[in-house]
Ligand binder design. Sequence first.
Ligand code: BEZ
Length: 211
Amino acid sequence: MSLRLGDVAPDFTTNTTEGTINFHQWLGNSWGVLFSHPADYTPVCTTELGMVARIKAEFAKRNVKVIAVSVDPLDSHHGWIKDINDTQRCTMNFPIIADESREVAFAYDMIHPNADDKATVRSVFIIGPDKKIKLTLTYPASTGRNFAEILRVIDSLQLTANYKVATPADWQKGQDCIVSPAVSDNDAQKLFPKGVRNVKPYLRYTPQPNA
Ligand code: BEZ
């Protein structure tokens, strides 16, 4: 069955390029991004892993650990990492799961047989410190993901976990937020001392509370 937002992210113990990892233990109190790749030695995946390695500090700044999964074996991953480092101006700095048994792929419903019956699609799971799934994304093999968007969603998730706000279309860190519809006008005045701008009774903006 497919996983839904709010579900506990399935736990697993598996071989990775950085040794054996128990997923929940490895996450600890961090947020996590688990993302899958169709196969090693493929062009789009090579650029994606390179990109994530180059911006790993951005994830770390947000207390997020990143981990990739592909169903190819460990020796293949290690050979491919040399190519990634050679071609993507990076040094690989996060684990890739060798999911030969497809345990992780099946647990996270990453194989979509009508797209490909063996390889995983490009799935992304953002997992909170409570181990619950906060976001899922599914991209086809032919489209590389936008990791700036994933960082943007993490910024929104971390903000909305702590303040009674939501974030509007295309929101970027530092921009005005939307007051949660569940907050009364009276409470909004108290909760958001930077001010509340009422556009409609259901559309109220406030400066980002923690900016
Ligand atoms: C790629 O990563 O380039 C790729 C993988 C599978 C199918 C198509 C492209």
